[in-house]
Design a binder for this molecule. Structure first.
Ligand code: SAM
Ligand code: SF4
Ligand code: SF4
Length: 367
């Protein structure tokens, strides 16, 4: 069973949530003082890849039941929720999935979200994470709709390694082509995320660094994480960022950069010879829960306050049918969830408490 079937919960009840809204005195914060700034919206639980660390083929085979269309939030529902989240302090929206570009008419959603403004009138940072497989076709339409920039996931340059990683035989040349098209369309600076698995694709670290140096693309290495319950994660498959960095530094000396924004997941570095920026996301070896300001909205409208959460709060139920509420009540409900947030899984990883809890699948709540 995947955790999609976990029980719907909504706590604390709406009635007790009136006081949690942000006020002139300060922003909405959780129990650890972390503000709500970043909303990741999953627009589909489907994907055309079967990366072993995310949707292993043996589990997500032809018998796997994806969500029926009626369960998905509509674009209007997503826009309404995003608007309420922005009123509560969110400044960054990331569209994700599954593979978000598979959602039909995604450009229309982008166009709706691009109209949103912060309470003091600023544009949002509107971005998308994609496996890059459809970019050659879709990048210019996404840009025209108002997308600002994007992140492409790419786990190797060698075609055999990449095809083994995506497990559907998708050629690396098509993703590289998509990245070029997206750059030409003005969707830069593009970030490329590479999940590193020891003994699986760690031989691709240096080829990837060589390829993306001086290209305007920011390559970032992600430690393989224990998300979900289906990828068979083992600590010995995690190659710590420190080791990735050491390998790169043998060929290209690196200099540290400061964090660009609070809650930024990546440690930013630059090639000492001016070859551009490079980053490391060390969620396993150097937990960054301390300033985590990210909320996640699942494809069917549940709010998750951590990537490793096992329970979501059903917001869709507050949008539809007899339990439907107005925007003010919706804001109170979301503020109540955030105000009670205690999540810090990565800091607790390895403890009995963390091991005891089941976890939701990543393709469902979005990475
Ligand atoms: N399909 C899109 C893609 O791959 O970019 C968006 C969704 S995917 C779930 C979002 C990100 O999560 C990707 O960069 C992917 O590499 C990352 N991811 C998935 N499973 C992971 C794991 N077990 N450890 C680390 N990163 C993971
Ligand atoms: Fe699909 Fe992205 Fe998961 Fe790979 S990481 S299986 S591309 S959702
Ligand atoms: Fe944020 Fe949860 Fe990741 Fe910690 S483990 S950084 S709280 S998403």
């Amino acid at each position: 069973m995947t955790l999609r079937e976990a029980p719907l919960v909504f706590s604390p009840p709406l009635a007790r949530l009136k006081t949690a809204l942000p006020t002139a005195a300060g922003p909405l914060v959780d129990t650890l003082g972390r503000p709500l700034r970043d909303l990741r919206i999953s627009v589909t639980d489907r994907c055309n890849f079967r990366c072993g660390y995310c949707m292993p083929k043996q589990v997500f085979d032809k018998h796997h039941e994806f969500l029926p269309h009626a369960h998905l939030l509509s674009f209007e529902e997503i826009e309404r929720l995003a608007r309420v989240f922005v009123g509560l302090g969110v400044e960054k929206l990331r569209i994700t999935g599954g593979e978000p570009t598979l959602r039909r008419g995604l450009e229309n959603l982008i166009a709706m979200l691009a109209q949103l403004r912060t309470p003091d009138g600023r544009e949002l940072d509107l971005t998308l994470t994609t496996n890059g497989s459809t970019l050659a076709k879709k990048a210019s339409g996404l840009k025209a709709a108002g997308l600002k920039r994007l992140t492409v996931s790419l786990d190797g340059l060698d075609d055999a390694v990449f095809q083994r990683m995506n497990d559907v035989g998708f050629p690396v040349a098509d993703v590289l082509d998509g990245i070029h098209v997206a750059q030409a369309a003005g969707l830069g600076p593009i970030k490329v995320n590479m999940v590193v698995q020891r003994g699986v694709n760690d031989d691709q670290i240096l080829p990837m660094a060589r390829h993306f140096r001086n290209s305007g693309v920011v390559l970032r290495f992600i430690e393989y994480m224990d998300v979900g319950a289906t990828n068979g994660w083992r600590m010995d498959q995690v190659l710590p960022s420190a080791e990735v960095q050491r390998r790169i530094a043998t060929e290209f000396p690196l200099t540290p950069l400061s964090h660009s924004a609070p809650g930024e997941t990546a440690e930013r570095w630059t090639y000492a010879d001016g070859g551009g920026e490079i980053g490391f996301i060390s969620s396993v070896t150097q937990a960054f829960c301390g300033d985590c300001n990210r909320a996640r909205l699942s494809t069917e409208g549940r709010l998750y306050t951590c990537l490793f959460a096992h329970r979501g709060h059903d917001l869709r139920g507050l949008l539809r049918g007899v339990d439907a509420v107005d925007d003010g009540q919706l804001a109170s409900a979301i503020a109540g969830v955030w105000g009670g947030r205690e999540d810090r899984y990565s800091q607790l990883r390895g403890t009995a408490q963390a091991a005891a809890e089941p976890r939701v699948e990543m393709h469902y709540i979005g990475g």
